[in-house]
Design a protein around this ligand. Structure first.
Ligand code: NDP
Length: 237
């Protein structure tokens, strides 16, 4: 299962995991057509996939998402909680709505998805959450987003301990700036270039590079990595 797999990084993760042989549940919030096209792409390459709408901040919707996944494929081996939003706002009294919405989707949503994953995953399963390397930067305007992702990193480490004895790993991947709609939204070309240049590799990451990092953690080579935050960012530290 990949949440937020209709576009951006989640789409790339869904395609990569399908290529690695997983049947994939392609979750999305509103982009039904885009999610359907991810399923079509996976099936065209010989894989199996199912698009399921669910707002991950809604407990009943997450319950339905997992029930649908289990009904369709019988068991869950990997859950990637990738869905997320980023809204810029300074830490001001009248910006509370931004904090509430960001925490609802990024943190409460992570709690709901990772909790259900911990309850239903098979022995040897893998749980991966998406954080962000921007935690290290503390840029103005990123308060709500950074607070939400710091919370996600905390949940990952605690859940890894709570799942002791089940052979389930729980990790986060924390990308640096990646070329997706979430990153480009509201930024001028100059701002994009300035941020891209911050990494020693002097470019944005591509969704496929984050998908490859996730696939390492879900594959046999990643089995000894547990309770870690893997910062895939070209050196944006
Ligand atoms: P995009 O905005 O490109 O895609 C977001 C995805 O999340 C979409 O599939 C969207 O579905 C889905 N989504 C949003 N809200 C919800 C919700 N409430 N319930 C279910 N799905 C939802 O984002 P990115 O691909 O850039 O980001 C993916 C993850 O990576 C996020 O967690 C983000 O914070 C993280 N990240 C991104 C970085 C970047 O530079 N791009 C850097 C560091 C971390 P729909 O299309 O239906 O709206």
């Amino acid at each position: 299962m990949v949440t937020g797999a209709s576009r951006g990084i989640g789409r790339a993760i869904a395609l990569k995991l399908a290529d690695d042989g997983f049947a994939v549940v392609v979750n999305y919030a509103g982009s039904a057509e885009r999610a359907a096209s991810v399923v079509t792409d996976i099936e065209a390459a010989g894989g199996r996939a199912l698009a399921v709408q669910a707002d991950i901040s809604d407990a009943a919707a997450v319950e339905r998402l997992f029930a649908t996944a289990l009904e369709a494929f019988g068991r869950l081996d990997v859950v990637v909680n990738n869905a997320g939003i980023m809204t810029m706002a300074h830490i001001k009294s009248d910006e509370l709505d931004v904090l509430d919405q960001t925490l609802a989707i990024n943190l409460r949503g992570s709690w709901l998805v990772m909790a259900r994953a911990g309850e239903v995953l098979t022995r040897g399963g893998r749980i991966i959450a998406l954080s962000s390397s921007v935690l290290a930067k503390s840029f103005p305007g990123y308060g709500a987003y950074i607070a939400s992702k710091a919370g996600v990193e905390g949940l990952v480490k605690v859940l890894a301990n709570e799942l002791r004895g089940r052979e389930i790993t729980v990790n986060a991947v924390a990308p640096g700036p990646v070329a997706t709609e979430l990153f480009f939204e509201g930024k001028s070309d100059d701002t994009v270039q300035r941020i891209a240049d911050m990494a020693p590799l002097e470019r944005l990451g591509q969704p496929e590079e984050i998908a490859a990092t996730v696939a390492f953690l879900t594959g046999p080579d990643g089995g000894w990595i547990n309770a870690q935050i893997l910062r895939a960012n070209g050196g944006f530290a």
